[in-house]
Structure formats: structure tokens, C-alpha cells
Design a protein around this ligand. Sequence first.
Ligand code: NAD
Length: 484
Amino acid sequence: MKYPEVKNYIAGNFSSNGHKTLDVLCPSDGAVISKVPLSGKDDLDQAVKAAQTAFPKWSNTPIKERVQIFYRYKTLMEKHLNELAVIVHEENGKTMDESIAEVAKSIELTEFACSMPQLVAGEVMEVSAGVECRVEHKPLGVVASIVPFNFPHMVPHWTLPNAIVLGNCFILKPSEQVPISSNRIAEMLKEAGLPDGVFNVVNGDREIVEAICDHPGIEAVSFVGSTKVAKIVYKRSCSSLKRCVALGGAKNHLIVLPDAHVDMTASNVAASMSGCAGQRCMAASAMVGVGPIDPIVAKICEEAKKIIPGKNLGSVITKEAKEKIERYITEAEKAGAKILVDGRNAKVAGSEKGFYVGPTVIDFVTPDMAIAKEEVFGPVLAIIRSKNLDEAMEIENSSNYGNAAAVFTQSGALARIVMEKASAGMIGVNIGVPVPREPFSFGGWNESKFGTCDITGKSSIEFWTKLKKTSTKWNPEARTNWMS
Ligand code: NAD
């Protein structure tokens, strides 16, 4: 095995729990590269105890001191960027360039957390004669994050720097498919000086997720993954009276108008549908072409053909994922859609056992087809034709999801209609992957997110803290009335 067996990280120690393990595969060649323990409730109990023990001291450390550790951590990530990217590349299957971009995004997220002291300064006001009221953000206690396979390094950084800088103690449950990055995150946080018990990792699958939702010692849970599991986690965490934000799957619509800039639109759409092999919750999955857009479709196909599996296109996560994606393509074809670029049966010389799907463009998909409605999570673009913008908006609005939507046009007025009418949390105008960068927050609508706050940016401050409101009076000569 290329990597040592993944361990849990509890109270500053890596430990093997002696439970069953799962193989960790490199999706690019199918080789077993590590093993991951499937932890049980006892392991979670230990992690919660470690976090509870660390909490009083950590939460009483001034935020300006807490943040110094993250400045050091950020520098360590910069120094080890390539090494961290290699782990992402090998456990997830995305390309090295994408892996480097992923770690760079973790660095940006950490940079935002470092600005937290400037953002959470409290408020104070004289609210009646001689009486001051002050409001402070206080940490919640022990919190947990459950993360998916598609960004093994970045998605943990959506939550861990903010939650920890804000004074919480943290338990990470990595995806059992890509658990290696999280062990390296733990090592580097320790090297940066984070006290033991403030950050913990408990590996496992469904059993440990359910234990997190139920655990009385955990105050808040963030989840990122499929909508099916987001619903389970949200309901179960809320029923044990926890705060929860649960981000789910997506079906993002790119609305392409006939006046769109052909080259720019085609390269954006092709990059959006194929980046990270389409395994992004912000990927373009359905394109709604309004009116005469044949030249743009032709150019998208040209761009798609430049995307070569094993070169500038990574693998998908498992053999099952590959089969599922290819099934969607075949079913769309059977239902009457036209395959313009076919990525089925992709083979990469020297990596024959890798889980590759080539870029795929399918035209004349109709809104009732499964490929138009369901999350495919592969490098596949389904093109739906619509007569006019109203019809395009109806198609976009009818989706159960609502992560992102984008419009491609040169008309500000038409773009404005999409900006206003799209039923999605993140909107792009001539941008195929409209991820809001810090300090703006990340979060979708509808079945792409359950819970009130967004998961990153300023919005996350509300999620990871509770407000303390204190009224003070030091002047006994002040008049007393019912307000003071
Ligand atoms: P997943 O839902 O299968 O798994 C996510 C996490 O839940 C993992 O840690 C896994 O161990 C756990 N889990 C899986 N099945 C479970 C069950 N039955 N009960 C309890 N826990 C369970 O998701 P995935 O396949 O790892 O990731 C891909 C999905 O994540 C896609 O749907 C993608 O759109 C979504 N995603 C969404 C966002 C977003 O911001 N909305 C971001 C990234 C990924």
C-alpha cells in the first residue's frame, strides 16, 4: 500500500481502533492505496470527551491568539501545497492541476478564518440612561463536520478553520472513500500549534454519521453530501436538538441565449461540465439552450473533444459511479436524445483499471428524462432546447435542487431576468461555476441545502456561534425605570 493505514485522530494522538477496515482505492488505476477504519460509537465518545476537555481552555483563549495558529497553518499548507495536492490526486482521481487548485482554495478559506477577529468584534450601545448593552459571539462547544468524497481537502476547510477560530472544538468525519487528506490535515494543525483535542478525526461510514447526529455532547453538525443523506442527517440532528446545516446534491442549469459570445460560452460550459470529472456540486449538468444556438453547441462539442481522459480529465470515484453515469447516457439515448460526444468506455493507456468516463455532450434531452432531472455527477452535459426564456426559466424552476444557475448572454436586461427568477442560491452571469469567493458565503436553495445559514463566509459566523447579550449599569445615581 502506498499510504499507511488511516487512523483516527483523538486528543492529539493517531490511534487504530481495531475495528473492521475498508480498502481505499486510487480511482485512476484501481489500486488499493490504504485502509480506513470503520469506527463505532465508542470512538466517537472518546473524540467528544477529548473535545469537551479541550473546550474550556480553547474557548477562553483570545481570538487574536487562536488565529495565530491558523496563520502558521496557512504557511504550512503553502509550503506543502504540492505534497497535499498529490494526496488529493491519488485518493480522489482528479487531475494534479485540479488538486493544486483545491488545496489553494483551502488556503483561501483559512485566510478568511484569519480575518475573523475583524469580523466578530462585538457591538455595544447605550440603550437607556447609563445602561449599556453589548453583544458577543460565543462558541457553541463541540461541533462536527461530515464531508463527501469530491473535495477531500477543501470541503473540510469550508468548516474547520472558521469553527475552530471562533472557539469551538471540532470533530471531522471524512468520506471513507478519501480519508487520507484528513490525517495530513491533523498532522499539520498539530505542527502549527493547535492544542490537542481541539481538532479530532473519526473515520467510518453510516454508523458513525448516525452516532454524530445522536450524540448529546455535540452541539452542531454540518454536513455536505448527497441530498438523500443530507435529509437524513438534518432530520436526525434536529430531532436530537442540534443546530444543523446540511448541503445536498445539485442539478445546475446553464441558460444559453442565442446572443451569447460563442467562444467564451463554449469554453466555460465545457469546463464547467467536465472539471473534476463533473463531480462538483457546482458543475454544469443541464444546459438550456434558448432558440437558435446551434453554433454554440457545435463549439461546445469542439471544446469537449479537447478534454482527454487521463490527461486533462480525471477519473470518477468508483467503478459503480462510472457504471451509473454510463447508464444515464444509455438511457437518454434510448429515450431519443442525441449523443454528440460520447464518453462511454473511455480507456486510458497504462491505467486500464481506472474509472474513467470521457466528456459527453447529449442534445435534444427533454425535461422529463432522468438525465434532465437527476444528479449524474459525471462529465456529462445534457442539452435541453427551449423556445424562449420563459420556458427556460420554467425548466430551471422545476428542479428539486437549487445550488447554482447561470446565464450566458451579452444582454444585461436578459441576464437580469435570470438573476431574479432562477430558483438557486448561487447565480452566474457568463460564469459556468459561480462559486462565491470569500467573504461571500456558499450555499444553495431548495433540496441543495437544509438549514438556515450558509456554510462558509460571513454567514458561517452565525452558524458556529451563539450570541450573548449583556446589559450593564455602573451609575447608581441614574434614574431607574422599567427600561433600566
Ligand atoms: P454521500 O451523501 O454519499 O456521503 C457524504 C457523507 O455521508 C460521507 O461522509 C458518507 O460516509 C456519509 N454517508 C453516506 N451514506 C450515508 C447514510 N446512508 N447515512 C449516513 N451517512 C452516510 O455523498 P458523496 O457521494 O460522498 O458526495 C457526493 C455528493 O455530495 C453529491 O451529491 C454532491 O452534489 C454533494 N456535494 C454537495 C455539495 C454542496 O455544496 N451542496 C458540495 C460537495 C458535494
